[in-house]
Write a protein that binds this ligand. Structure first.
Ligand code: GAR
Length: 187
């Protein structure tokens, strides 16, 4: 199997990155992680890239044209697929057009509900009975591209933001690899 050279974009903890690194070491998993890009110099997730000798690049998103730098890096490593794994920056039309249909994102809610930030607080405030995570394609509208996979759980009495995050992330570690397998299943 030819593994797709993939770049993972992160901003923080990188627990999804770590999970994908493990999964991608399986010879039957459809991607290899060739590059990690972070817009946060201090992202803990960079440590995972270092530990597993994956090239990584910090790109300061405060600079004008920073996405040009991103694109140069993607070209350098011949990247053909991108996973946003806790990347807390909106990808602009510039990159979306260059990688149309080849960028996916994981989001901690059952989209189309709770796009954007602070999902867990809003889920609790609205007394939702169920929540979960969504892996979806990235298009020009925030958190609005086609869904690839969703996973759900019931919100229990006493669940607070921390508990919701932890339950959601447990599902994310299943959903993200499953979505990637689904995308490349018949190719
Ligand atoms: C994940 O739970 C992901 O769903 C969320 O950030 C977390 C990153 O965790 N993404 C978003 O909220 C995107 N809007 P990680 O850095 O430990 O993988």
């Amino acid at each position: 199997m030819v593994k797709r050279k993939t770049c993972i974009f992160i901003s923080g903890q990188g627990s999804n990155l770590k999970n994908l690194i493990f999964r991608s070491r399986d010879k039957n998993f459809p991607i290899t992680i060739s590059l990690v890009i972070s817009n946060n110099k201090n992202a803990f997730g960079i440590k995972h890239a270092k530990k597993y000798s994956i090239p990584y690049s910090y790109i300061n998103s405060n600079y004008k044209n920073y996405e040009n730098k991103i694109l140069l890096n993607l070209k350098k490593y011949k990247i053909s697929f991108i996973c946003l794994a806790g990347y807390m920056k909106i990808v602009s039309n510039f990159l979306i057009q260059k990688y149309r249909g080849k960028i996916i994102n994981i989001h901690p809610s059952l989209l189309p509900k709770y796009k954007g930030l602070n999902t867990f607080a809003r889920i609790l405030k609205n007394k939702e009975k169920k929540t979960g995570c969504t892996v979806h394609y990235v298009n020009e509208k925030l958190d609005s591209g086609n869904t690839i996979i969703q996973k759900k759980f019931f919100v229990l009495n006493g669940d607070d933001e921390k508990i919701l995050k932890s339950k959601t992330q447990k599902l994310e570690y299943k959903a993200f690899p499953e979505a990637i397998i689904k995308i490349f299943r018949n190719t």
